[in-house]
Design a protein around this ligand. Structure first.
Ligand SMILES: [Zn+2]
Ligand SMILES: [Zn+2]
Length: 107
């Protein structure tokens, strides 16, 4: 009897350097590709399809979207730093474009 199937397997594609949003500093990481492999007798033989790709930080083990590689330190800090409303002075989370207190749009 031939036993075949498929399994997910992680592959280290390459080492990368990026600005880690969790460490808040330049960090070493690795580009991981997760592929579904065809298996025969439980031995992964070849990749069938790519399931996903991500970047894992060596320092904090955080896992990030590939787009993190395109971000500079300034981009990451801008995305993480709360902004202060000109109208009322309220501190708003970076992901909101409108003041949570007075509803003024971010200037
Ligand atoms: Zn990190
Ligand atoms: Zn406001």
């Amino acid at each position: 009897m031939i036993i075949w199937g498929s399994t997910g397997k992680e592959k280290r594609v390459e080492d990368v350097e990026f600005y880690c949003p969790k460490c808040r500093e330049q960090a070493d990481g690795v580009h991981i590709r997760v592929s579904r492999y065809f298996t025969l007798y439980f031995i992964p033989l070849f990749p069938l399809e790519t399931l996903g790709e991500y970047v894992r930080c060596d320092e904090c083990d955080g896992e990030f979207n590939m787009s993190v590689l395109d971000l500079t330190e300034d981009d990451v800090e801008a995305a993480l730093t709360p902004w202060k409303c000109d109208e009322c002075g309220n501190q708003n989370p970076a992901e909101y474009d409108q003041c949570l207190s007075c509803k003024e749009p971010r200037s």
